[in-house]
Design a protein around this ligand. Structure first.
Ligand code: LR7
Ligand code: MN
Length: 563
């Protein structure tokens, strides 16, 4: 699974944009730009209201959301309502806009392999490429359906492509599930452009994303490049900027993000110049097509998911190429908390694939992996003779060379651990501005929402009780991050998808979602990540319990923050 980037100080308050509601239909796969009838949500000029994009108005909305989380592990209701075209915030450094690129860049074949992807997310990926790539650089888009089981990815997709997409967009279907590694190889084998660009099937490319990737490849075809991967929240679909970091790994052979060493960021262009990265995350990169073939594509003995990202990273560096991250190219990716699919037979393909890469590329350092995973020491990993022959044929360097020269920060266990070089840290943290302070009053009963126990108690419930205007512990602050903080201590929190649970007081995490609340129309208090509104359960009961419910605007759902 992809590590989240929550560790970065700047990602605590990401620059964000709220999706604008512009769709005419929900659930039907027509081009949303084509008409404006039906279910349009009332939007107000106030951009702060657009988090209401996830609001659940009826059972059908609830269903789309719940089934969506099960099948895709992100908020399908919002994804569908967003449609296939939207603007995203330009997250590039200001220096990027001033850069110019040669007019005769190589042409790109975009390869997107998907398995059971949400129709709207797949189409938004495709249209973002079509909308934000100059036609003369786009040779083709190749979609590879990895034998998906969802109905709409069959006839509906064919129909949509015929009606709405040019011949530049092609679709190849695998007869059996191959996994993303062989799936990408299938896509690449159909490609005829100069450069291959791989994307996951739930991405949105940003302004001027392609030129900065193609330029270093034109200069040197042995350069492989990655964009900075911006974050599209799985719960809100909000697109936010991600900190500039580089790829590493640990001895469990999991990819991780590392800060960029200061030395890599030298030069007059500073943060906007491409810099070297020991590894890539895997899903989003561009590579000269001939070089991809020459370097041995991927290991076709790897199944479904995992490990191929480290394998190709090691191979690039050890066999004479280089791997760069290009900060002026930005592509958003939906980061999910779990992978919503398994592998046929339920195999741990990550372990199988990691074993293959360890045995082919890591020399004596594979023992570092086995020290952590002793049960894998004697596990079968199939035939790797072809990959070993490839390594010899390409005359690749040792893994020790790679560690010494490309990833010296990597600690090798043993008595003489190396000291860490200085690292680049992002700008300091800032506190979100408080917009309003006051008592949170239920308008049906005039009672105040307060802590059931003490407001400092983590995990404590909130209840509607008689207001006590002398008690400062009943005062809420509402800030620009849409957090509701009681008595300056804890945040009102609805953890993720368990919308049947009541909200609780939790440590403020600053990453939106479960702690984002919006005061909407008719005094609704809407929770962004569960798509529901806060409700007083029983106005007659003295207990004052509250819960989340479908937003019907009834009196028990009306709240007001009173100064
Ligand atoms: O059997 C499958 N067949 C497929 O076609 C399984 C998956 N897929 C498709 C899938 O629909 C998606 O488009 O392959 C793509 C990647 O699968 P994800 O989105 O489930 O993977 P991920 O984003 O969780 O994982 C990251 O690591 C993977 C390791 O195998 C791949 O390299 C992914 O491309 C990679 N994603 C990224 O690098 C995006 C940034 C995330 C980070 C960090
Ligand atoms: Mn992905």
């Amino acid at each position: 699974m992809c590590p989240s980037r929550g560790w970065s100080p700047t990602s605590r308050f990401p620059k964000k944009i709220y999706p604008r509601f512009s769709r005419d239909s929900m659930g039907q796969h027509s081009d949303p730009r084509k008409g404006h009838n039906g279910n349009q949500l009332e939007t107000e000029a106030n951009a702060d209201l657009s988090p209401e994009l996830g609001m659940i108005f009826n059972e059908q909305d609830q269903d789309v959301r719940d089934v969506g989380y099960q099948k895709h592990a992100f908020n399908l209701l919002i994804s569908n309502r967003l449609g296939y075209h939207r603007d995203v915030p330009d997250t590039r450094d200001s220096k990027c806009a001033k850069k110019t690129y040669p007019p005769d860049l190589p042409m790109a074949s975009i390869v997107i392999c998907f398995y059971n992807e949400a129709f709207s997310a797949l189409l938004r990926t495709v249209h973002s490429v079509l909308d934000r790539t100059p036609a003369q650089l786009l040779h083709e888009i190749i979609l590879v359906d990895d034998n998906s089981e969802l109905d709409d990815l069959k006839k509906d997709l064919d129909g949509y492509m015929q009606e709405n997409l040019s011949k530049k967009v092609k679709l190849v279907r695998n007869k059996q599930r191959e996994g993303l590694i062989r799936g990408r190889m299938v896509g690449a084998s159909h490609a005829t452009g100069d450069v291959l660009v791989f994307l996951d099937s739930h991405c949105e490319v940003n302004e001027m994303w392609l030129q900065p990737l193609l330029a270093p490849i034109k200069e040197n075809p042995r350069t492989v490049v990655c964009p900075v991967i911006d974050i599209i929240s799985a719960d809100t679909l909000i697109y936010s900027s991600s900190p500039v970091v580089r790829g590493g790994f640990n001895w469990g052979l999991h990819f991780k993000w590392d800060p960029v060493p200061l030395a890599e960021l030298g030069g007059p262009e500073g943060f906007s110049a491409p810099f070297r990265s020991p590894t890539m995350a895997g899903g989003l990169f561009a590579m000269d097509r001939e070089y991809f073939n020459m370097l041995g594509q991927y290991d076709s003995g790897m199944d479904i998911w995992g490990g191929e990202n480290l394998e190709i990273s090691f191979r690039i560096w050890m066999c004479g190429g280089s791997l760069l991250i290009v900060p002026c190219s930005r592509v958003g990716h939906i980061f999910r908390k779990r992978r919503p699919y398994g592998s046929p037979g339920g195999h741990d393909t990550m372990a199988h694939n990691s074993l293959r890469l360890a045995h082919v590329w890591m020399d004596e350092y594979k023992d570092q992996y086995f020290a952590l995973r002793p049960e894998l020491r004697n596990r079968d990993f199939g035939d790797i003779r072809e990959r070993l022959a490839l390594r010899r044929r390409l005359n690749c360097k040792s893994f020790k060379w790679y560690l010494d020269n490309i990833y010296p920060e990597m600690q090798v266990s043993g008595p003489n651990a190396k000291p860490q070089p200085p690292v680049f840290m992002n700008k300091g943290q800032k506190r979100p501005k408080i917009l309003q302070r006051g008592r949170l009053i239920n308008m049906q009963t005039n009672r105040c929402l307060v802590a059931q126990g003490h407001p400092s108690q983590k995990g404590g419930l909130v209840v509607a009780k008689e207001c006590d205007y002398n008690d400062s512990e009943q005062v809420w602050s509402y800030n620009e991050e849409h957090e509701l903080i009681l008595s300056n201590l804890l945040c009102l929190d609805m953890s993720e998808t368990r919308s049947s649970d009541p909200p609780r007081l939790m440590k403020c995490h600053g990453s939106g979602g479960s702690q984002q609340w919006v005061f909407g129309k008719s005094n609704r208090l809407y929770q962004v990540s569960v798509g529901q509104c806060l409700k007083l359960v029983d106005p007659m009961s003295r207990k004052g319990y509250v819960s989340m419910a479908i937003c019907d605007g009834s009196p028990s759902q009306q709240w007001h923050l009173e100064n």
